[in-house]
Design a protein around this ligand. Structure first.
Ligand SMILES: [Zn+2]
Length: 71
């Protein structure tokens, strides 16, 4: 369990989520890769971060609706 798993989408429950780096940001001397988790089903986006694992952690920490709509 050393790998950080991306949780299913908190909004639609889809497991079709992807970790992406949608843009490069130029700093003074450096180009930053901005990571973000995006749901391919409903296009929800997590908070972005320059650190991959943080972007995933932020996505995973989004409050999830208790899945009692799926009984
Ligand atoms: Zn979704």
């Amino acid at each position: 369990m050393s790998k950080t798993m991306i949780e299913p989408c908190p909004f639609c429950g889809s497991e079709e989520v992807k970790r992406i780096s949608p843009k490069l940001e130029s700093g003074v001397r450096k180009v930053y890769r901005i990571w973000q988790v995006v749901c391919l089903a409903c296009e929800a986006r997590g908070s972005s971060s320059t650190v991959k694992t943080i972007a995933v952690a932020r996505w995973n920490s989004v409050e999830r609706v208790k899945s009692d709509f799926k009984n």
